[in-house]
Ligand binder design. Structure first.
Ligand code: NG6
Ligand code: CA
Length: 510
């Protein structure tokens, strides 16, 4: 028997008993009790947000006051990392505590891919559940669904609900991939059974318009890829037929997920909860609500960053008005670094001006150079975490072991390190080393050094105009003195290189 479970059962009975006469004071007492035992944990996860995209990380071309409030009132990490330079592997890493390069299937997934996380694997939500928490995911999933062939018209399983989430309200893959519908606890929301959904990533459905056959239907132009089915005038990756009533409205997506996250919090305030809130911005297609259109002057990419900042402000307000802010640890980060033109003509390049989404780093999304994985990373806990700028080396993969310590759980996966003290701003010491991944290739950071082993292949992705960080020879950079990775020191410092290669091989299991 789990004593905490019993305790929360008791709390539940108490709060039901006192429902009618429960004063604010009683609520405060209950919350205080929870603070000592089990704080709520919220992970706010953005999609393709760069190290330099926030005003608290030095951006001047746009202002992100709500995220800045978290950064300035909490720990703002200057050496925070995703595990990977793309979405699916990073999400795998943050939710399992396992490096994504260990799983050969952890690559950018189509909307029809099977669930990547095994239902027997340890996950963050399972960790929280083991201590009596309620758990939820709202937003972008992109970790696959089902076990081979999904029938979107039936209950979809396994889904997030089979890997630890009690509640899920998600989009299956990305905003630019079909199916363009929301899925709640494994069921497509608003589906008309007389208009079944079919999805195929290889072949169009007879007579269905595509960006190639019907360019006149497009409200947004594609640049590379993204020329299959058209939904809301936006051409997507993959073909989809039917499900008209269930299709999402792109411009409402931010408000929609926000409302789900707020409702979840309001309905779970009397229990400890873990919420993984994965926003879709600023990934393509960038579709700001009209309230934000043109507001940044940087085009839709800037506008959706302002939108995300507003959404986060609203969400924090809800935590506050529900009396939960002092009992909630908030972690903010991004799944990978920035990209401008990721397949649509949306002025991201043309209207960039002086803004530097990479924040002085080299590369970008898809890259083994720093900008691929070195992302904004903030922890905030009102009244508990003191404001700090920390240069501790921290990675999203470490949330697993660190939260285990936070809630006194007992899951300890191999790649995740307990650096809770760094996350709480009580220590400036993070991990000593880290293996980073981009497109299944890996690099090794140790202390202030980074080593990228030699790789064959294209070093530049023309479509997205990003240096992907690989070269036929060893690369060695000293990040503290050269954050922009301009000086390859491999030939000048063979001893350091040798050390790095040895440690990398030992840890990577080469
Ligand atoms: C790429 C897409 C890109 C984006 C990315 C996934 C093309 C040409 N490009 O394949 O637009 O969807 O996948 O992004 O299709 S991620 O952030 O989810 O990893
Ligand atoms: Ca991403």
């Amino acid at each position: 028997p789990n004593p905490n479970k019993f305790k929360y059962l008791l709390l539940a009975v108490l709060s039901i008993t006192f429902m009618h006469c429960k004063s604010d004071k009683k609520q405060a007492e209950i919350n205080a009790e929870k603070t000592i035992t089990q704080p709520n944990v919220v992970v706010i996860y953005l999609d393709d947000l760069g190290f330099g995209d926030l005003s608290c990380y030095g951006a001047t071309a746009l202002q992100t006051p709500n995220i800045d409030k978290l950064a300035n009132g909490g720990v703002r990490f200057t050496n925070g990392y995703a595990t990977s330079a793309t979405c699916t592997p990073s999400r795998y890493g943050i939710l399992t505590g396992v490096y994504p390069w260990r799983n050969k299937d952890a690559k950018i997934l189509p909307g029809t891919a099977p669930l990547l996380i095994s239902t027997t694997q340890e996950t963050l939500p399972k960790l929280f559940k083991s201590k009596g928490y309620e758990t939820a995911v709202v937003g972008k999933w992109h970790l696959g669904l089902g076990s081979g062939h999904v029938d979107w018209n039936k209950h979809i399983s396994p889904s997030p609900n089979e890997v630890g989430f009690d509640y899920s309200y998600i989009m299956a893959a990305t905003q630019d991939r079909v199916p363009t519908v929301y899925i709640e606890n494994g069921d497509v929301v608003g589906l008309d059974p007389n208009d079944p959904i079919e999805v195929n990533y290889n072949k169009n459905f007879e007579g269905e318009p595509t960006a190639i056959s019907n360019p006149e239907m497009l409200k947004m132009k594609w640049h590379h890829g993204h020329n299959n089915s058209i939904v809301n005038g936006i051409p997507r990756i993959g073909y989809m037929k039917g499900g008209e009533a269930a299709k999402w409205k792109d411009i409402d997506m931010a408000d929609h997920f926000l409302e789900k996250a707020q409702t979840y919090v309001k309905n779970h305030k009397d229990f400890p909860f873990f919420l993984y809130y994965a926003l879709q911005q600023p990934h393509v297609p960038r579709t700001p609500h009209p309230r934000f259109e043109g507001k940044s002057g940087l085009g839709p990419r800037g506008d959706v960053i302002l939108e995300a900042d507003w959404v986060i402000g609203e969400f924090i307000n809800t935590l506050k008005s529900e009396g939960l802010l002092e009992n909630t640890l908030i972690v903010f980060s991004s799944d990978n670094g920035p990209v401008l033109n990721d397949g649509y003509e949306d002025d991201a390049v043309e209207k960039l001006g002086d803004h530097d989404p990479k924040g002085g780093l080299r590369g970008g999304k898809y890259s083994l150079f720093e900008a691929g994985t070195h992302v904004p990373f903030i922890t905030y806990w009102e009244g508990k975490i003191k404001p700090l700028v920390s240069d501790a080396l921290v990675c999203q993969v470490d949330l697993m072991a660190s939260f285990t310590t936070l809630i006194d759980g007992d899951i300890k996966p191999s790649d995740s390190e307990d650096i809770l003290k760094a996350f709480l701003g009580e220590s400036k010491k993070g991990r000593e080393s880290l293996i980073l991944e981009a497109n299944t290739r890996t690099a090794y950071r140790e202390g202030d050094w980074i080593m990228i082993p030699p790789y064959e292949g294209k070093s530049y992705y023309e479509d997205v105009q990003i240096e992907i960080g690989i070269a036929p020879e060893y690369q060695l950079y000293h990040l503290k003195t050269d954050p922009g990775q301009q000086k390859n020191l491999a030939v000048y410092n063979p001893e350091q290189l040798k050390l790095m290669v040895e440690h990398f091989n030992a840890k990577r299991g080469n």
